[in-house]
Design a protein. Structure first.
Length: 416
């Protein structure tokens, strides 16, 4: 569910016409619905209320400070993957004890900074990293909490670039490896190995892979318990899929019903790390049609937003619904098939291919739906294009939460 709906033939975000936003703030423009993102957070919270997990929103899905602040105010923690995201967490005033930190390649500086901040724990992805965190904590004279990220070797049934729980992926440690580490835990004098972490991938639409992974770790937890190795936390990661096209993903409630019994059995405090589920359908990218181009073989709708603004179609072949902001009357009679492409000098620069959609003309605005997660946060300045502005809509108010970049921003750090 989301708050981008047609009233008559005009697309609204909450109570504001998207066309008015495009005219006022120009395009390409990211538009977020506050009500939608909070609603998604609350859906998860209420589905899991029985076990009261700490919901650590995955910052990389959309790291805008206003979004972080809105979620933190609801009681969310944050899942971070870099020193930059730690900095953002701090700027958004996230209590340190609600921050968990994953990444296969944490640097010494990033580890020191996170220990200094007193985060809840690191999700550790290798033995080498574990040793390094121990060494750094020793130097700082601190004892630091860590959870071992388990690679449960399950098939997440998602795009191969966003599958992270197969044994051939770079993430996590296999169960045997984790077991060996836990037997040696007394050797890591400056670590408190307090939990396990899994995150098997993203845009997962069925609960079966989650259930399979959780069963594997919960059996492992029982085995550890029987040997006197007690843990405190189980971090089940994120990965919940959303509707982009025809998917029928599990709801938060179905997901909860399936896994709560398994989680309760572990007796551990549960952490989860949703990103896409909260933000994906809470944002759109609004673009303007610059030109319609006919070639002998194809029709191209050339718009002012491209792969530098939204890379998911180019990177994963991802599908995004694209809707006219003002729906033409009798649209059914005026359907066309076209590629919707950006201005970037790459043939991979497309938002949609061979898409059947309502006819549009130059100057019309289009809404690329489901662009709230991994949209702006993956955007770049490629082709020296200025990154888009971001606007948050709350009922009938629209607030700029990130200004459009200027040419000066482009060269800010360059030296001649
Ligand atoms: C990216 C990521 C998430 C969030 O994934 P979603 O599919 O957006 O829910 C959670 N945990 C970790 C460790 C991640 O890397």
């Amino acid at each position: 569910m989301h708050d981008f709906k047609y009233k008559k033939n005009k697309l609204y975000c909450e109570n504001i016409k998207v066309e008015d936003l495009a005219k006022k703030f120009s395009t390409p423009l990211y538009v977020y619905s506050y009500h939608t993102l909070i609603d998604h957070y609350l859906k998860l919270e209420s589905a899991f209320s029985e076990i009261n997990p700490l919901i650590c929103y995955s910052v990389k899905a959309n790291s805008n400070l206003s979004i972080l602040k809105a979620l933190i105010a609801q009681g969310a923690g944050l899942d971070i993957v870099s020193g930059g995201e730690l900095f953002r967490a701090q700027k958004a005033a996230c209590p340190a004890q609600r921050i968990v930190y994953a990444s296969v390649g944490k640097t010494d500086q990033e580890i020191s900074a996170a220990i200094g901040r007193g985060i809840l724990f690191f999700n550790v992805e290798s033995l080498a990293e574990l040793k390094n965190i121990n060494r750094i904590a020793q130097g700082l004279n601190k004892i630091t909490r860590v959870a071992i990220r388990i690679n449960p070797d399950v098939e997440a049934k998602t795009h191969k670039y966003i599958s992270t729980g197969k044994i051939t992926n770079k993430f996590g440690i296999d169960l045997d490896g984790a077991y060996k580490i836990l037997l040696l835990r007394a050797k890591f004098k400056n670590l408190n190995i307090c939990g396990l972490h899994i995150h098997i991938g993203s845009q997962i639409t069925r609960s079966a892979p989650f259930v399979q992974a959780i069963k594997k770790v919960s059996n492992f937890i029982q085995r550890l318990k029987s040997q006197g190795i007690a843990l405190e936390y189980l971090n089940i990661g994120g990965g919940l899929g959303i509707i982009y096209d025809q998917e029928a993903p599990q709801t938060a409630q179905i997901y909860a019903n399936e896994i709560i019994p398994l989680l309760k059995k572990t007796g551990l405090k549960i952490i989860m790390e949703p990103g896409r589920f909260i933000m994906g359908n809470a944002g759109i990218l609004v673009v303007k049609v610059l030109y319609i181009k006919h070639t002998p073989k194809k029709k191209f709708i050339i718009v002012d937003g491209g792969m530098n603004d939204l890379i998911r179609p180019a990177l994963y072949g991802a599908y995004h619904q694209i809707l006219p902001v003002r729906y033409p009357l009798n649209a059914k009679r005026y359907m066309q098939k076209a590629d919707i492409v950006g201005p970037i000098c790459e043939s991979g620069d497309f938002l949609a291919k061979e898409r059947l959609m309502a006819k549009v003309k130059e100057g019309d605005y289009l809404a690329v739906m489901g662009a709230g997660a991994y949209g702006f946060s993956m955007s770049s300045n490629y082709n020296s294009r200025l990154r888009a502005a971001e606007v948050m809509v709350v009922k009938d108010k629209a607030v700029v939460i990130r200004k459009r970049e200027t040419c000066e921003d482009l060269i800010r750090n360059e030296i001649i």
